[in-house]
Design a protein around this ligand. Structure first.
Ligand code: NAP
Length: 296
């Protein structure tokens, strides 16, 4: 078998076309574009690339976006007061704070301060709690990207066995709840899991979100399974690779997302999609679409 490869860039472009139309409709009705602010404190080269990518997509679909670049030595009070200012700013409907923060700044302060209705990357306790309870919520964008791929590729979820490698708050945990809500039978694995291969071989859908280059080889994959590779690992020779060994797995899986070009290009698009949702919410014109049940 040779796996069908998901073209994440093409899928991302298709969603951008939909969002452009929606933003046009928003501007016609509201007289101004949705507003997004990315807050970055200090930051490395990777987070700079990430910010630029978000700004580019925002610009492409018509969302007004800007980067608030703060010095690495910004105090907790200064960051908090910027967030409070953005919470109160009518022109800002979506706020993202780039992680990781410098060591002297607590992520907890940030997640506790961002207004839940502007929390378009689903990091606040309220967003996480809503997801846990199965009510409409902003979602962590990478987990949302995985679900978007599964749905756009028409992969059945109800009653299917899903195995997720990784239990982080940004990918593994929220994804498990989203797929559970869609009636999949979900197993989460982590660094202490025993007999990993026994579990992964049963998966109709296998998601790798570990951060270990090419750890998922063909022996871990059930023939015909859908394999979603979330991992992004820098290669010593330059470039990136995923958690999935594409060479061997593509001969066994039914469907596979490549890295690069799979989940990655959709993540920022999902962030913008939730920004547009936040803008409609702010305008009081729509309730938050239930991203879990909407397409179930
Ligand atoms: P993370 O916070 O480091 O979590 C990694 C998870 O993998 C942990 O739960 C860890 O278990 C588990 N793990 C480690 N070794 C394992 C093993 N041998 N077998 C099974 N599980 C193992 O990472 P993350 O933030 O979730 O990111 C995961 C990967 O996705 C990274 O490569 C990251 O760069 C990538 N990523 C991609 C996107 C995108 O847009 N495509 C977005 C976010 C992240 P413990 O909990 O026991 O330590």
């Amino acid at each position: 078998m040779t796996a069908t490869l998901v073209d994440g860039r093409a899928m991302g472009n298709a969603i951008r076309v939909e969002l452009r139309e929606e933003v046009k409709r928003y501007v016609q009705e509201r007289g101004q574009a949705p507003g997004l602010v990315i807050v970055r404190v200090g930051g490395d080269a990777a987070s700079g690339v990430y910010s630029k990518a978000i700004l580019r997509i925002a610009n492409d679909i018509g969302v007004t976006a800007r980067l608030e670049q703060l010095p690495a030595l910004t105090s907790s009070d200064e960051l908090r007061s910027l967030l409070l200012h953005l919470n109160a700013d009518d022109a800002t409907q979506g706020i993202i704070v780039q992680m990781p923060l410098p060591g002297h700044l607590a992520q907890k302060m940030v997640v506790d301060t961002i207004a839940p209705e502007k929390d378009i990357d689903g990091i606040s306790p309220q967003s996480a709690g809503n997801l846990f309870l199965g009510v409409p919520s902003f979602l962590p964008s990478t987990a949302a990207a995985v679900v978007e791929i599964l749905e756009r590729m028409h992969i059945p979820l109800e009653g299917k066995r899903v195995v997720i490698l990784g239990r982080s708050n940004v990918v593994g945990k929220p994804l498990s709840l989203m797929l559970l809500q869609k009636h999949a039978t979900v197993t989460i694995c982590h660094s202490h899991t025993q007999n990993l291969r026994e579990l992964t071989q049963q998966a109709d859908i296998l998601v790798a979100a570990v951060g270990r280059a090419r750890m998922v080889t063909a022996e871990l994959v059930r023939p015909g399974a859908t394999v979603i590779d979330v991992g992004i690992n820098a290669l010593p020779e330059g470039g990136i690779t995923g958690d999935v060994d594409m060479g061997s797995v593509s001969l066994v899986a039914g469907l596979l997302t490549p890295t690069p070009g799979g989940v990655g290009p959709l993540t920022n698009v999902m962030l913008l999609k939730q920004c547009v949702q936040a803008a409609w919410l702010h305008a009081g014109r729509e309730t938050l679409q239930d991203p879990i049940e909407a397409e179930a």
